[in-house]
Design a protein around this ligand. Structure first.
Ligand SMILES: Nc1ncnc2c1ncn2[C@@H]1O[C@H](COP(=O)(O)OP(=O)(O)OP(=O)(O)O)[C@@H](O)[C@H]1O
Length: 558
């Protein structure tokens, strides 16, 4: 008999939580290979599996013969150049920079086939070299397939994009399974079924490329990008001509085209808000309001009798994603989602368990206060890849760029992102680096879409060694080879530090973050260190080497 699990479930993967915290929900723990209840279990003596929770692939049970075929196919050789990451420590990640080893690979589940994805999609994943799901993918994919609204929170570079794309592609477009909506067809519908919103053009285009890769060249038109800076009428024409099933865009452009009546999203089944905490910022307020009000909301002609707003939103699945989830996000998910669950790498918990008025304490519980692990307080701390190394280096303002140069040489960094806060200084920094023989380029919002794409391409293919940029590049930018992030100007808070830092050390790779600051700014670094709960020792670059300063060593010893 299958176990009965309430929709307000709490999954713990390889983690434990005090039992008293679990009173309102079904309690269970999920180890790497099995799932078991901690209490209130109807099958207390038998370990539960993903299947017994209904998390095992529908496709597997319904279409065994097809799945067998996939298993056989899985023995075909994946070209080495396509293998993205590997399970064990110390084995090299394949990419432009071979020296970047995977140090803390975030993989728990053995294969994507355990997660309930359709055969064709599994085939494409394998073809593209995605062999093993990351922790957050293992947790998020079955939860979304179970039709829950979710907030996905996991550290930068842990694979959140595929964590939401795979459930969408399981139900939308040519890779979906037969059973996804009962129509028994793999053919395309003519409506938009998924809208993905991201705060920057670069991130929007990156998501489109990830989808296109899985769709393959013949089905590329199933997805369309609607990002700002590009020709709007051309985008509108393409929508009319290709009738994409998935659109990916920036808030302003999606809202604009929607308001003009050229984007029919009332039948949309998925709304993804990537980098949700950024999307909730004041700049995007109006556009986001339009999107949240219109996407997936059916017109009254399609409904039988009046519906409450919650009933209307229940038609779509709302997926909110970020490495940092401050309380504003919890509030938004409670308002715009339907019984949303917070999905982390090893946990799923109902948002209902978060009090509506709790303050978000990014540094964790205050000394003396009772710890409340129900509050996603350690948002910034949990958003940092565990393998990252952090340092700071004190210098005079006029020597910052030279310190950057010495830092790049000392660490023999091949691909560097340097963050600054103001565009003018950013140009000066590029000029100085180039004058000292380091190939550098600037990337910021004052540049046109084409110039931005060109620069990013050059950085990704190694033509540019140091990309000097501002907050524009802090979110979502995925350059696997990036081995060093430098803060030439201080970030404003731990959340901004975390997103900047997260451009390196992606998917368990090695990465270093160096904050170059002036003497009076040291207290800010110390504060960041405390808030983020990571050691940020002082360092110097002398004789082509990074050395942790004597002062720091003495302080540590004491
Ligand atoms: N299961 C996997 N196996 C191998 N590579 C993967 C896997 N999942 C994702 N990746 C790759 O890992 C990289 C990081 O993934 P992604 O950009 O989704 O991270 P993220 O968690 O969204 O990061 P951020 O918070 O910075 O946006 C990407 O290059 C992606 O293609």
């Amino acid at each position: 008999m299958p176990a009965v699990v309430s929709t307000r479930l709490l999954l713990l993967v390889g983690d434990s939580l005090p039992l008293q915290k679990l009173s309102r929900v079904s309690r269970m723990a999920w180890s790497h290979s099995s799932v078991r209840f901690l209490s209130q279990v109807h099958h207390a003596h038998k370990p539960l599996t993903l299947a017994s929770l209904g998390f095992k692939s529908d496709f597997e049970t319904r279409d065994k013969s097809k799945n067998n075929k996939i298993e056989k196919q899985s023995s075909f050789e994946v070209p080495k150049s396509k293998v993205k990451a590997v399970r064990s420590n110390g084995i090299e990640a394949v990419g432009a920079n071979k020296s970047l080893e995977i140090e803390a690979a975030p993989f728990a589940t053995k294969s994507f086939s355990e997660l309930g994805l359709p055969p064709l999609l599994l085939e494409r994943l394998e073809r593209e070299g995605f062999m093993v799901p990351t922790d957050v993918q293992s947790t998020a994919i079955p939860t979304i397939l179970k039709k829950h609204d979710v907030v996905i929170q996991s550290y930068t570079g842990s694979g959140k994009t595929l964590a939401y794309l795979l459930p969408i592609l399981s139900e939308v477009g040519p890779l979906k399974g037969k059973s996804s909506n009962g129509d028994g067809e793999f053919g395309r519908k003519t409506e938009i079924e998924a809208v993905i919103v991201a705060p920057s053009r670069e991130l929007g285009m990156q998501i489109v490329r990830e989808i296109e890769k899985l769709l393959g060249p013949s089905d590329k038109k199933v997805v369309q990008q609607l990002v700002g800076g590009a020709n709007r009428s051309r985008q509108e024409e393409a929508l009319k001509k290709h009738k994409p099933a998935i659109v990916v865009g920036t808030p302003g452009r999606v809202a604009e085209i929607s308001a003009a009546g050229k984007l029919r999203t009332h039948g949309c089944r998925f709304l993804v808000l990537d980098e949700i905490d950024e999307l909730l910022s004041f700049n995007f307020r109006e556009s986001m309001h339009r999107i949240l009000e219109h996407v997936g909301k059916r017109s009254s002609a399609n409904t039988h009798g009046p519906k409450t707003p919650l009933e209307s939103w229940a038609e779509r699945r709302t997926i909110m994603v970020s490495a940092t989830v401050p309380f504003s996000v919890i509030r938004a998910a409670k308002s715009w989602g339907h019984d949303s669950l917070l999905v982390q790498a090893k946990k799923v918990m109902p948002l209902e368990s978060f009090p509506m008025s709790a303050p978000v304490n990014l540094s964790g519980p205050k000394p003396g206060s009772s710890s409340n692990s129900n509050v996603p307080a350690q948002a910034a701390e949990l958003s940092l890849p565990p393998a990252l190394k952090h340092y700071y280096c004190v210098t005079k303002l006029q020597h910052k760029v030279d310190t950057l140069r010495r830092c790049v040489h000392a660490l023999d960094a091949k691909s560097v992102i340097a963050f600054m806060n103001y565009t003018k200084q950013l140009k000066d920094a590029v000029f100085k680096l180039e004058a000292r023989g380091i190939k550098a380029a600037e990337l910021h919002g004052d540049l046109g879409k084409l110039a931005r794409s060109r620069t990013l391409k050059k950085f990704k293919n190694g033509e540019v060694r140091v990309l000097v940029t501002n907050e524009l590049s802090a979110r979502g930018l995925d350059v696997a080879e990036c081995d060093l992030v430098v803060n030439l100007d201080l970030p404003t808070d731990p959340i901004h530090y975390a997103h900047r830092a997260g451009r390196t050390g992606r998917l368990g790779r090695r990465g270093t973050v160096v904050t170059i600051c002036e003497e009076p700014e040291i207290f800010v670094v110390k504060k960041l260190q405390k808030q983020l709960k990571v050691p940020i020792p002082a360092c110097e670059f002398t004789e082509g080497k990074l050395t942790v300063s004597e002062e720091e060593k003495t302080a540590k010893a004491a």
